[in-house]
Write a new protein. Structure first.
Lengths: 421, 107
């Protein structure tokens, strides 16, 4: 059922009793043309684009829990394409262009709000590095503006722009087309879109192993799951923080990935205070205000390996101290919700979307904590890679072997320390 | 999450700096095999379960510890000193002076 004014009116007039389910819950078939392991944002987007762009509709998404229950439902909703390294700038800008038409494409309101993002600068030297990144963006056709303290103050009234601030503000790098989106809606929109094209979304179905061809142990022919064996010659893995765990089942036991916990927070709802996205320049912190009114923010990962989906107090205190330093009037707010996710931190901070040494097995991971904004392009590129057995130009650099070959894509230039990316 | 420092006793994890995976071994300086070096720098098993990490007690005694910790539950089951002071820990254990086991460290 398409959502439009007619269906809205018809349902309103008939007591809202006839809305169709947004997606089916089919039983798994014994064989598909492709299987996506992982029913999060990236897995669902991949299934959608496999069906939409490549005509592969006899496919299934396998999700061990409930769809969208992982990182896609736990992030701080920021969408931006303000990256410096050419491979990243190109990829995330492709994603941004997909975001700009996404609600129409999916016939589902993902509430993409292009309210801009300001990366604050606190020293003249930092303004120089922001200028460098802004110029790198503009060379790739991405919008970027360097603004001074006065314009920052005008755009963000609650911000402490006084000279007495703990880290005085000098200016910011602004990307006007960046913004936020409703994270759950993205998962649901892609799920419904894929389902409408014939994709089976199988929830409560955990992959417990991979099945290889008896005559060629290097060729994937299916997966073992908690709901039985399911065959397919193409299997794409998009499981974020569980990448190492799942790929080990396929015999890839050492990857350039560590799983770390990142916490995120929402305050009680308040009247509009912040109508853009702000990131701190003297530490790791980013904040926006949701349409429900809560301030949504986060900072550094806890900085140790974890699969627990919850963190500890030292980092909570750290993040709160930055929030209050930037917005002193936030100090009296109550924290309403706080949670953790499992981040697949890669060894250079950049993603991996690639074929693997096993025929028919494809990997999408290494997103660190930046996967949400990448959801459309990640699905789009992974679908292309799976359908054609070849990466697209936009994900050609995101290989598994780039580390050993010396072609890392390190935005921060900090080296092989996953937690620090 | 409490880290049971053998010298200081159980301490909040915020007193430490995480120094990463303790299950990888740096190759000898005269090892010329590139695969060994790439493996040490880039490859991780990243287990969901019992793991060993290095934690540096920077806000305490400044010893480097190898901690046995479950990455799924955060339960810490032990810590040993790495390096020159390792013998100190062994001598203390023999005389029963220090209890390096912490069973209440889950957080």
């Amino acid at each position: 059922m398409r959502y439009n004014f007619l269906s809205l009116a018809a349902n309103a007039l008939s007591g809202n009793k006839h809305w169709a389910k947004a997606w089916r819950s089919p039983d798994p078939k014994p064989e598909y043309d492709a299987i996506i392991v992982g029913g999060g944002g990236h897995g669902l987007a991949t299934a959608y684009y496999l069906a939409k762009n490549h005509g592969l509709t006899n496919i299934a998404v396998l999700e061990k829990g409930w769809l969208g229950g992982g990182n896609v439902g736990r992030n701080t909703t920021i969408v931006r394409s303000n990256y410096q390294m050419p491979a990243n700038a190109q990829f995330y800008e492709h994603s941004m262009k997909l975001w700009e038409g996404l609600s129409q494409e999916l016939n589902y309101n993902v509430m993409f709000s292009q309210r801009g993002i300001l990366n604050l600068a606190h020293t003249p030297a930092q303004m120089d590095t922001h200028a460098r990144r802004g110029n790198a963006m503009r060379m790739k056709g991405v919008d970027a503006r360097l603004i001074g303290r006065e314009e920052v103050a005008a755009r963000v009234p609650g911000l402490d722009v006084t000279p007495n601030a703990r880290f005085p503000i000098v200016g910011a790098l602004l990307q006007e087309r960046a913004g936020t989106a409703r994270h759950d809606a993205v998962a649901w929109g892609y799920a419904r879109g894929a389902d409408m094209l014939g994709v089976d979304i199988i929830q409560n179905c955990e992959v417990t192993g991979f099945v290889f061809d008896e005559n060629d142990r290097n060729k994937v022919v299916g997966v073992q799951t908690t709901r039985g064996k399911i065959g397919s010659k193409k299997v794409g893995v998009a499981v974020a923080g569980h990448t190492s765990h799942v790929m080990a089942m396929a015999g890839l036991t050492s990857l350039p990935i560590e799983s770390h916990v990142l916490q995120a927070f929402v305050t009680e709802p308040i009247k509009p205070l912040l109508d853009t996205v702000v990131s701190f320049g003297a530490g790791h912190f980013y904040i926006s205000q949701s349409d429900k009114g809560g301030l949504v923010f986060g900072g550094d990962p806890d900085l140790y390996n974890s699969y627990a989906q919850r963190g500890n107090l030292p980092m909570i205190e750290d993040v709160m101290s930055i929030a209050v330093a930037l917005f002193p009037n936030a100090s009296r707010l109550r924290l309403l919700r706080h949670w953790g996710g499992i981040m697949d931190m890669s060894m250079d901070g950049s993603p991996i979307i690639t074929k693997t040494p096993k025929d028919g097995l494809y990997l999408n991971g290494g997103w660190c904590y930046g996967g949400f904004k990448a959801t459309p392009a990640s699905g789009w590129c992974f679908a292309h890679t799976i359908a054609n057995d070849q990466p697209h130009e936009y994900n050609a650099a995101f290989t598994l072997d780039r580390f050993n070959r010396g072609t890392t894509i390190d935005e921060k230039g900090i080296g092989p320390f996953p937690g620090a990316h | 999450m409490l880290i049971p420092c053998p010298y200081c006793g159980p301490r909040d994890s915020g007193e430490f700096t995480y120094r990463g995976d303790a299950t990888v071994t740096r190759p000898d300086a005269d090892n010329t095999n590139i695969e060994d070096w790439c493996g040490y720098v880039y490859s991780r098993t990243n287990p969901m379960g019992v793991h060993q990490d290095y934690w540096h007690h920077v806000q305490g005694c400044r010893l480097l510890l190898k901690v046995t910790r479950n990455t799924l539950t955060h339960e810490v089951s032990g810590a040993e000193i790495v390096g020159a002071w390792q013998n100190w820990q062994n001598s203390q254990s023999q005389s029963g002076a220090v209890n390096s086991q912490n069973k209440d460290g889950a957080a």
